[in-house]
Ligand binder design. Sequence first.
Ligand code: CUA
Length: 169
Amino acid sequence: MQSFALQLTTVLVLVVFAAFTWVLTNTKRKVDIGQVAPGAYRLRSILFIVASIVGVLISYKTLTPWPHTEQQPQVTRSIDVKARQWAWDLSDTKAKVGEVIEFKVTSEDVNHGFALYGPDMKVVAQVQVMPDFVNKVQYKFEKPGKYQILCLEYCGVAHHGMVAEFEVN
Ligand code: CUA
């Protein structure tokens, strides 16, 4: 998918570059507006229709099956998470492999960023943490090991110290 995106981007950049080059090399050419306007308007209408059709097709292709329903695994348990300057307070810090945990996160003071890091220190789930709101994020634990919760929103001098451990076995 990544290499396809790169190839497509390269092709599109070349197309844009070719169009600009064509415009640039033709700016000195003198033509009667009455001669070129009808053709240009026709081309614009055609491009608009083509872009609309392509847009609808891409939307249809990428939104079916609806991604949100696919990402909805059965939640087995929920854990309450309270954030404050500068610590995480979790109602439980352990889970079993295969469990789908719904983290319900809120803040006692300012905005924080809840980021769940896997054993390889890659972010596997994240959600904004806000006072007076409970935001939810679900994650299915498939790998055992030591997970960590780090704050991803600058929240004061000890922001970097907002770390909690979460164990999965
Ligand atoms: Cu909490 Cu940064």
